[in-house]
Design a protein around this ligand. Structure first.
Ligand code: GAP
Length: 440
């Protein structure tokens, strides 16, 4: 692991962002729990995605389908047959690896040997049973993508929402993949949340919409603080595309542990899924085009990203050091706490009371932290490390003139504002932070 990655992982554990799953029992491979600050960050990422892709658009609606679907869904979608990775076993140490991500030398990452079994295709879906009888008929899978829940609800949404092509259905939810090789912290895990959009469009417009979504999605990361030069597009070769895609482009991030690698995938799934489910279920999944007076099966453009993988990119990109001071320069819309309130001294009831009343007031509109321990400098550093953009200090002058200081995380500059204007001032700072320059 690189130095930067080690620091981010350690910060995540130390400050309550991410804990290893089932830690008291020695952990469970590729599974992590979100701590109190991690769940705030993750919720903020999801809220920003939902706002940008559902709330701010006229033609995209949301959905929350079940994790367990009929096993026929996975037969039809091609996942039972094709959602596999090539697995090889080291004949020396008997560790198993994904053949396609072995190091260039092809030496075993565990023992250094170079004596492998022939590859066999390993299905990544977790099998389970529905009901009390464990036989073939009750078998199904934990979903490896949320997209199928959208396809099987296609007609329900068209019939109830009167959507007009092109339109999208968005979903955020858990996905499960029994990855052969996990690693690099949140990068490749076995249980993770996904943010997926299935954008249904006219086949002739699909290529145009593909280009549109590429730019939109890259801009979303930049608008939330990721450095532009740490992101790029990479077109998939014919040999690496998923079985359902006619075109795929990854938004790649320059990860400290591996260099360029997938952050988000954008695929043209054509009419593969809707046609396959229509045929297998006998229920026609098509759209009646009023203008052309005919039924069509739309094409699907799908931007899809893992919440945890996005979180890791946001954390890595935000991590800075200034001497001994660690600063997480998270975008204010993502930071677990947006404001922290400090009474200058913890043993002065007048200060505590005034600070408490400000805290209670701001809590209605912001995510607010309270800290009255130790000296102010240490409190600032502690908030810098978890990304809190603004700290408000209530001091003796506050008791006299009803003003407080706001200290900025990135510049460390302080300004004095009237308590009655504090909410508006903070709101203004938020609006200013939303005007990041985007790509064309
Ligand atoms: N429905 C499309 C789909 O599932 P994918 O490229 O396999 O496409 C989409 O996954 C995104 O989900 C990836 O770009 C990545 O952000 C995230 N992802 C995939 N596998 C993951 C894993 N094992 N751990 C964490 N995130 C993962």
């Amino acid at each position: 692991m690189t130095d930067l990655m080690e620091k981010v992982v350690s910060l995540c554990k130390r400050r309550g962002f991410v804990f290893p799953g089932s830690e008291i029992y020695g952990g469970i491979g590729g599974i992590y729990d979100l701590g109190p600050l991690g769940v705030e960050l993750s919720n903020n990422i999801k809220a920003c995605w939902w706002k940008k892709n559902v709330r701010e658009r006229d033609n995209i609606v949301g959905l929350d389908s079940a994790i367990l679907l009929s096993s026929q869904v996975w037969q039809t979608s091609g996942h039972v047959e094709g959602f596999t990775d090539p697995l090889v076993e080291c004949k020396n140490c008997h560790q198993r690896f994904r053949q396609d991500i072995l190091p260039k030398s092809k030496n075993c990452p565990s023992c250094g040997g170079n004596n492998w079994t022939a590859p066999r295709m390993f299905n990544l879906m977790f099998k389970t049973h529905v009901g009390s009888v464990e036989d073939k008929t009750s078998e199904t899978y934990l979903r490896p993508e949320t997209a199928q829940g959208i396809f099987v609800n296609f007609s329900n949404v068209v019939d109830t929402m009167r959507v007009k092509l092109p339109f999208g259905i968005a979903q955020i939810g858990k996905g499960f993949r029994n990855e052969i090789t996990t690693g690099n912290f949140l990068f490749r895990v076995r249980e993770f949340e996904m943010m997926e959009l299935e954008y249904f469009t006219y086949p002739a417009q699909a290529e145009h919409d593909f280009e549109y979504w590429q730019k939109e999605r890259l801009n979303w990361f930049v608008s939330l603080g990721i450095t532009k030069k740490s992101l790029r597009f990479r077109e998939h070769q014919d040999t690496e595309r998923a079985h359902y895609a006619s075109r795929s482009v990854d938004i790649e991030y320059n990860w400290p542990f591996m260099g360029w690698g997938e952050l988000e995938g954008i695929a043209n799934r054509t009419d593969f899924d809707l046609k396959a489910h229509s045929k297998a279920s006998g229920k026609e999944l098509s759209y009646f085009d009023e203008e052309k007076q005919k039924k069509i099966t739309p094409y699907v453009i799908e931007p899809s990203v893992g919440v945890g993988r996005a979180m890791l990119a946001f954390l890595i990109d935000a991590y800075c050091e200034d001497g001994k001071r660690v600063i997480l320069k998270l975008h204010p819309n993502l930071a677990p706490y947006q404001v922290a309130i400090f009474p200058l001294l913890a043993n002065k009831p007048e200060l505590i009371n005034l600070a408490r009343s400000i805290y209670d007031d701001l809590k209605k509109d912001f995510s607010v932290a309270w800290d009255d321990r130790g000296n102010i400098g240490k409190r600032y550093y502690s908030q810098d490390e978890i990304g809190t953009p603004w700290c408000v200090t209530v001091d003796f002058q506050s008791l006299e003139d009803q003003t407080v200081t706001i200290r900025d995380r990135d510049t460390t500059k302080q300004e004095r504002v009237k308590i009655k204007d504090l909410g508006n001032q903070l709101q203004k700072k938020f609006s200013q932070s939303e005007t990041t320059k985007l790509t064309d």
